[in-house]
Design a protein around this ligand. Structure first.
Ligand SMILES: [Zn+2]
Length: 292
């Protein structure tokens, strides 16, 4: 007997055994009209739990309605079947599921369906995926664009660098585990925020961070930023050939920092505040050769 001829009770048993495997659920749903009707009957709670257990949230432009999470599940499964980007696809879903499950192990009361509010006394773990995110443009009023890159990206070559908007799984991935409703980013005088009542996503963070990339810090703030991110030793970031003027001019807007140093994500500072974290990256001896 083929799978299509199985009685409903057996199909339900198979569906139960699939547990949180988003791809397998969508695959079974698409099998035939019977399995589609079976899955359509599950309702919002089933699809919402499935998406959240795979680390996937909502975006501001989503149409609100009963079918929202089912649409997200299908969109992300179909994308996973075709996406070969090393930071997206099936690998991202597996990593998300593991991170959600680790957050629950730290605190069993932390349900995947719950988005943490500011008053919740819980340590948030920033998603490591920000190591694979990048900005381009953004200086002198030019538009700033966001990209998803491969883990080994060092800001120099564009291999495996795609527009973030081409990868719905990355866009919808929660920015923290467990998911939280508000994130505040420590920069200079400006403290940008990202908010989402269903859990702040990677897209929410990149949109918020993008809004400050053209900001021009004061001279004092540039020196503060240099000192903080180099621990007072500029040779940790800049080649010896660079003069102090070269260093200063390379970071006169915030996006400049994302070129001279490698952004590796966030450190959690408590009270929903997050500090950007950077690592040195290979820089050319001639500052004019730095990749834009
Ligand atoms: Zn993708």
């Amino acid at each position: 007997m083929s799978l299509m001829g199985l009685p409903t009770e057996l199909l339900l048993m198979i569906q139960h055994e699939i547990r949180d495997d988003l791809l397998a659920h969508v695959c079974l749903m698409k099998l035939n009209t019977r399995t589609r009707a079976l899955y359509n009957a599950f309702g919002t709670d089933f699809w919402k739990m499935l998406c959240r257990r795979n680390g996937l949230g909502t975006l501001a432009g989503d149409s609100v309605g009963a079918g929202l999470y089912q649409t997200i599940a299908v969109e992300c499964a179909e994308h996973a079947w075709v996406c070969e980007h090393p930071s997206c696809g099936t690998a991202r879903l597996l990593e998300n599921a593991q991170s959600i499950s680790n957050a629950r192990l730290d605190d069993p009361t932390c349900s995947p369906t719950r988005t943490l509010r500011d008053e919740d006394p819980y340590i948030l773990t920033p998603n490591g995926i920000f190591r694979c995110m990048a900005f381009r443009g953004g200086e002198f009023g030019a538009p700033c664009h966001t990209y998803v890159t491969a883990e080994a990206y060092d800001g120099q070559d564009m291999q495996d660098t795609d527009a973030l908007e081409a990868h719905p799984i990355v866009m919808r991935t929660f920015a923290t585990f467990p998911p939280c409703a508000n994130m505040r980013f420590l920069t200079f005088d400006n403290v940008p925020t990202a908010s989402n009542n269903d859990g702040v996503t990677v897209f929410d963070v990149m949109k918020s961070a993008k809004s400050i990339m053209s900001d021009i810090p004061t001279t004092e703030n540039i020196f503060t930023w240099l000192r903080r991110n180099t621990c007072g030793d500029t040779s940790k970031v800049f080649p010896q050939a660079w003069s102090i003027v070269d260093m200063f001019e390379s970071v006169t807007s915030i996006v400049g920092w994302f070129r001279v140093a490698r952004w590796i994500g966030f450190a959690y500072e408590g009270s929903n505040k997050f500090a950007f974290r950077f690592e040195p990256r290979r820089l050319p001896d001639d500052p004019s050769e730095i990749s834009q």
